[in-house]
Design a protein around this ligand. Sequence first.
Ligand code: B12
Ligand code: SF4
Ligand code: SF4
Length: 446
Amino acid sequence: MSGSPAPTAAISVTRDRLIALLADLCPAARIDLAGAVAVPCPLPHADRWRDYLTAGYHADLTYLARGADDRVDPTRRNPWARSLLVFAQRYGDGWDPDDRSSAVGAEPGRPWTDGVARYARGLDYHDVLLASIRSVVDGLAAALPGLRAQPAVDTGPYLEREYAWLAGLGFLGKNSCLIHERLGSGLFLGVAPSNLVVAGMSAGGHPDAAPLYAVAPRSKPGAADLATLGTAADTNRCGRCTRCLDACPTGALTAPFTLDSRRCIATWTIEWRGRAPDDARAQQGGLLFGCDICQAVCPWNVAAARRAGRSEMFSAQAAPVASVASDASDALDAPAAPDAPAAPAAPVASAVLPTLPFEYATLTDHAEIELSDLLRIDSDEFRRRFRRTPLWRCHPEGLRRNALTVAGGAGHDDLLEEVKRVADADADAEVRQIADWAWQRLQRRR
Ligand code: B12
Ligand code: SF4
Ligand code: SF4
């Protein structure tokens, strides 16, 4: 929201009024889920967050450790905040098991774009989702004079998944992603600390409740709150399933809900300085940028892909978890939801799921170039093609490194000579070293 001086006094809104406003504003802004959490509130997993840092699971992502306390209390940086508005936007409707691109990536014979995780196949979500949230916040401000809200997508110190769960947007899966029972986990999250006091909302969130706005209802909405539920373990819908842990090629999911970023392909490929350990580099296989494996195998995502576009997506009637599992042809064996009085059904915008924001479309604009072109991509070309996409984050050197790792790790024998030239001539010493690694692997395959 714009305007100065920014108001600091709290303003009140009833839960019903906020629901009505969000129902009005979210569809046009292409927000799929929205909710709110009163702050400060005790975070049920604050200890997990501190343990994560102590264990070094944040790898080289030092920005996570800075402001560690701020992440568990948004009012430390925003003393005027009374609630955190939380938003989600779809970038993919589940993962179709017949589409193997997310699992095998850019293996020989497949386009390089198959090696890019779904979330990164369009424009940068930081820009797209932020614009959507700003538009909702501006609409709220017009209706609620005195509103102050500061949208953020990754840019602020907020444990977005934890707050999204607290706001009722979905449950936390063992792969550590926020999953909506019908939409799956192909969702971006963003927040906005605000000076709104939402009358009628339980303090500390309501993790098993319906969100305040939802393009599709959750399968088991309830009105329970933390006082009766305890932790996310009580609202978890994974049951005995361990598919994500079993499928992770690097063992980065060291235990349910626990991700060691030092071993995660997403860290290795997205962060220029988060490179793979030498002895583990080949585990990256054909994955060029990001990794979807622990989401692609998830039965909730398989079911979401099968449901997309079907009208039952919008049935306000709660669907038993068992039907989701059988829809996914999978024995999910999820626990029953706690008994709770039904929450008001979230407003439903239309009879079919709106199309995904076009900004998250595939990388078709770049389909004419090949993996070999990425081995030597320079700064100018990198900027021209990828300036406003998630790939921008890994720098041209990072993209060359990733392409070389795929060439060697997935066995692109036809690139042997090209890889050798990069090993001899690349301007960056680290890239030369990885090219040498790839060249040796390809040599051994001869
Ligand atoms: C750093 C980061 C990464 C790092 C580390 C990820 C990690 N799991 O820690 C790396 C580079 C590996 C990464 C990868 C990916 N990321 Co990322 N990432 C972030 C970022 C910036 C911070 C995450 C963080 O704070 N991690 C620290 C851990 C401790 O926090 P957490 O995972 O959120 O865990 C909380 C809860 O799960 C809970 N919890 C912890 N333990 C336990 C135990 C139990 C029993 C329970 C129930 C709960 C629980 O408590 C924790 C603290 O509150 C967020 C944005 C943000 N500001 O939150 C995006 C974010 C999490 N990433 C996102 C995405 C899309 C991805 C990828 C899918 C991208 C890809 N395809 O390659 C992968 C997914 C990998 C995975 N399985 O998590 C989305 C996730 C959306 C969603 N639906 O969940 C986010 C929210 C970005 C966004 N704005 O949309 N990411
Ligand atoms: S993103 Fe890939 S490497 Fe990281 S935890 Fe998931 S499956 Fe493992
Ligand atoms: S694959 Fe199974 S265990 Fe992992 S998040 Fe999905 S349902 Fe939960």
